[in-house]
Design a protein around this ligand. Structure first.
Ligand SMILES: Nc1nc2c(c(=O)[nH]1)N[C@H]1C(S)=C(S)[C@@H](COP(=O)(O)OP(=O)(O)OC[C@H]3O[C@@H](n4cnc5c(=O)[nH]c(N)nc54)[C@H](O)[C@@H]3O)O[C@H]1N2
Ligand SMILES: Nc1nc2c(c(=O)[nH]1)N[C@H]1C(S)=C(S)[C@@H](COP(=O)(O)OP(=O)(O)OC[C@H]3O[C@@H](n4cnc5c(=O)[nH]c(N)nc54)[C@H](O)[C@@H]3O)O[C@H]1N2
Ligand code: SF4
Ligand SMILES: [Mo]
Length: 743
């Protein structure tokens, strides 16, 4: 029997009467707090509310922000520890130029020298090779204001078509699928719909590690009796409690979804009214799955036919249901197909536009939602407009007060842009908030590309592995040093507040862009004195687009703890749930079914490379790791990449847990400790990708991209695994160099 909790009296009896008294000087003795700032986590797309404690212009700690409705004070390990990065000794404090003779390979220079070098390189390269030979890469850890500014800066100051962003590796398959099927690219539901679902289906997401706060929404649904389906090659933590686990072979989700639709049709678990009144193309989608029986799909996916039928029954017979999918189904050369096949299941059963119903991507990056709306994608203008559409261009040109012809056309998506650098077409690059050397597929190829650049400038607050290859490094701003807005995975615009100002000579990111624009003689387009002015312009530029922010103001966002777009006019309450009344964002108001035939992944297993590699994340590290690899407590949780493999694979290869293994693909090789676990398909190995150099999973991955979204195939590569003849029992953070990672 559990013992009752110890009482205060017992504690006092044991330790004396002073136990519950404040220490001399009060609880905060030795650490005065000047202010506490309400803001949001700088990491994932959940954008949890957090309060930062500030002393002496340094973030020294945090407090939970219980009132913020999304996370109600809850945080994951990264949110708890994020405050430790600000005071890190690696923080870039001065502009630098590459100098092989200087310690660390860089020497400090003045801002004038640095900006002059950047601008003269832009001018020289563009004069010699054309405007598009100078490219820009951006990222969506940036606020909405900065994302918008980057889009305008690249088009009007650099006058290059070649701007793209790191969401190309993250959200684009979902975005393309959403637009094709639903006409709009946003999660259809606020997360408060999850607890109302009778069935929650997680397809290709390790929610407990990557979106930890979403777990609590799923628990609330479970408390009401909801069934949980998890579809993943690994028995991820959430799957351990699932009613139905679908252990899908990497790269085969569209076969599984197709078979589920096949069963829904066969058993008539369809919402005919919804299909007839609110959709088109059902017959095409149905014809495409006519032969996709569960028995057929079982052979392809490795999921037993009975489980596929059970999934169809749970989904098809429940009154409400939500499917949440992430990069597990999206980072494929058929990522868009997978998303369309998932949406087909929602449309077939009428699970859109009602409480507790929806098929939704879970947005990954901090501002992965907002950052894919405001025009720093290669094919996009603000308001999620199409850069090739003359009407869209004219609308934006009006706000930008430029000639429509001055806005360049469609540029290259990120991976093709890196390939154009490699083949010499693109000669110069400015990057902000992107670390492609770690995060792009085939890192040996990416490294060659970066080294071929005639000029490379990076804006970052740490010397990322990519920045090691730069000619000029400009010290930009951390999340807590600037204010603005971001849009969470729910579609909720929230306010980011500055807690401190940039240290040393570091500058706010947006001011650096304005400095460069000014030196390029383009100041007239960038008259801003603060980021709220950028936001106001962004809202105007979004008017009439699908991602319509017209009625948003910083004040309202703060007062109302966020606003869901579209907000088409001043005073509009915002739109938490899309598609209510079965209305979709097409002229006829109807959603589109798509015929999704099954296709193979770009690489299939063979004698030389008989196993499937898939890659992803662990809870304590974030993306390319530049930030989280510098936070000791997070490193201690998972210090280095491990190769997850099943005992049925490991044992015949003579591999025990902790042994070093070498994993080889057609592009590269990596040696790392094995993590032998029962929770992965025996034909698959998994490596997290947050580490650089010889620990980089992306040495192995494939540059093949989805034909529509241009998403690389991070989730499938053919590999072989061998014992490397060594054992490491040391996964001890104390052995690791925490201050400064090597290139
Ligand atoms: N801790 C942490 N959290 C993060 C991030 C981080 O770096 N660290 N990054 C944020 C960002 S930007 C993103 S994009 C998200 C990503 O969030 P998730 O997509 O949840 O994360 P991943 O680990 O990339 O992949 C998810 C799952 O896909 C599975 N998977 C692999 N191949 C397949 C397949 O072919 N089919 C199916 N069905 N599943 C497959 C993997 O086993 C893995 O469990 O996380 C966000 N949150
Ligand atoms: N193998 C494999 N590769 C993957 C994935 C995978 O699942 N498997 N996932 C892909 C996904 S989903 C993603 S999102 C990408 C992410 O890939 P990246 O975008 O390259 O990763 P980040 O770590 O966010 O790199 C951003 C850089 O920007 C800096 N930074 C962060 N915030 C700011 C800011 O506010 N201002 C400035 N100036 N700099 C900032 C950071 O210090 C870091 O150096 O990786 C992709 N790569
Ligand atoms: S769940 Fe995401 S936003 Fe929330 S604390 Fe963790 S990393 Fe930050
Ligand atoms: Mo991502």
């Amino acid at each position: 029997m559990a013992r009752p909790p110890i009482t205060d009296d017992e504690l006092i009896a044991r330790y004396g009467p002073h136990l519950n008294e404040a220490p001399p000087g009060g609880w905060n003795a030795g650490l005065a707090i000047d202010k506490v700032v309400n803001t949001h986590c700088c990491f994932c797309g959940q954008q949890c509310g957090i309060k930062l404690k500030v002393h002496d212009n340094t973030v020294v700690g945090f407090e939970p922000w219980y009132e913020f409705p999304f996370n109600e004070g809850k945080l994951c390990p990264k949110g708890v520890k994020r405050y430790l990065q600000g005071g890190h000794p690696d923080r870039l404090l001065h502009p630098m130029e590459r100098d092989a003779t200087a310690p660390g390979g860089f020497r400090n220079i003045t801002w004038d020298q640095a900006l002059d070098r950047v601008v003269s390189a832009i001018k020289r390269i563009q004069a010699e090779h054309g405007d598009d030979a100078f490219a820009m890469l951006s990222g969506v850890s940036l606020t909405n204001e900065k994302s918008y500014l980057v889009g305008k800066f690249a088009r009007l100051a650099l006058h290059t078509a070649n701007l793209d962003y790191n969401g190309r590796f993250c959200m684009v398959s979902a975005g393309t699928g959403n637009k094709k099927a639903l006409g709009v690219d946003r999660a259809p539901n606020p997360w408060s719909d999850i607890p109302l679902a009778d069935v929650v289906w997680i397809a290709g997401s390790n929610v407990a590690e990557t979106f930890p706060i979403t777990t609590s929404y799923i628990w609330r649904a479970r408390d009401r009796g909801a069934k949980l389906i998890v579809q993943d090659p690994r028995v991820v933590p959430l799957a351990r409690t699932a009613d139905l686990f679908l252990p899908v072979r990497p790269g085969t989700d569209s076969a599984l979804f197709g078979a589920v639709l096949h069963v829904l049709i066969e058993r008539d678990w369809l919402d005919h009214d919804f299909i007839n009144n609110h959709t088109v193309n059902f017959d095409d989608a149905a014809a495409a799955v006519a032969d996709m029986t569960p028995a057929w799909a079982a052979g392809i996916t490795g999921v037993p036919a009975a489980r596929i039928e059970e999934a169809a029954e749970l989904w098809g017979t429940s009154a409400t249901g939500m499917m949440l999918h992430a990069r597990g189904i999206e980072q494929h050369t058929k990522g868009v197909d997978n998303v369309l096949a998932a949406i087909n299941l929602g449309l077939a059963t009428g699970k859109f536009g009602k409480p507790g119903c929806g098929v939704s991507t879970i947005t990954g990056q901090g501002n992965g939602q907002g950052g894919r709306e405001h025009g720093h994608k290669c094919d996009q203008l603000p308001g999620n407009r199409d850069i090739t559409n003359p009407e869209h261009r004219a609308a934006v040109a009006k706000v930008w007060k430029c000639d429509e012809a001055d806005i360049p056309g469609k540029g290259l998506p990120a991976e093709e842009l890196i390939e154009a650098i490699h083949d010499g077409t693109i000669k110069g690059l400015l990057s902000i908030c992107f670390n492609p050397l770690v995060s792009a597929p085939d890192s040996n190829f990416t490294r060659e590309a970066l080294d071929k650049l005639e000029f490379y400038a990076v804006i970052d607050f740490f010397l990322s592995e990519s920045a090691h290859h730069a000619d000029i490094v400009l010290p930009g701003s951390l999340h807590e040093e600037d204010e603005g807005t971001s849009t969470s995975g729910e579609g909720r615009i929230i306010k980011i507040n500055a807690a401190v100002s940039p240290p040393g000579e570091a500058r706010l990111d947006w001011q650096i862009l304005l400095d460069i624009a000014q030196r390029l003689g383009k100041s007239e387009y960038f008259p801003y004195t603060n980021t709220e002015e950028i936001f106001d312009e962004l809202c105007r530029a979004s008017t009439g687009g699908t991602a319509d922010y017209t009625g948003a103001t910083w004040q309202r966002i703060e007062d109302e703890m966020g606003l869901f777009w579209p907000i088409p006019e001043a005073g509009h309450p915002g739109t938490p749930r899309l598609h209510e009344g079965g209305q979709f964002h097409f002229p006829d108001g109807r959603a589109r079914f798509h015929a999704v035939p099954y296709k193979l992944s770009a690489e299939v297993v063979d004698d030389d490379y008989p196993l499937l590699l898939t890659t992803g994340r662990v809870v304590s590290q974030y993306l390319s790791g530049t930030q989280t690899r510098r936070i000791a407590a997070l490193v201690a949780q998972y210090p280095e990449p491990l190769c997850e493999m099943h005992p049925n694979l490991a044992t015949p290869l003579g591999i025990a847990d902790g042994d070093l293994v070498t994993v080889t693909s057609r592009r590269g090789t990596i040696t790392l400790p094995a993590h032998v676990v029962n929770t992965i398909r025996p034909d698959t190995v998994f490596i997290p990708y947050h580490w650089p150099g010889d620990k980089a999973a992306n040495q192995l991955t494939n540059r093949a991209v989805d034909p529509l979204s241009k998403m690389p195939e991070f989730k499938v590569a053919a590999v072989r695994v061998e014992r490397a003849g060594g054992h490491t029992a040391t996964t001890d953070a104390r052995d690791m160099e925490l201050h400064g990672d090597q290139p």
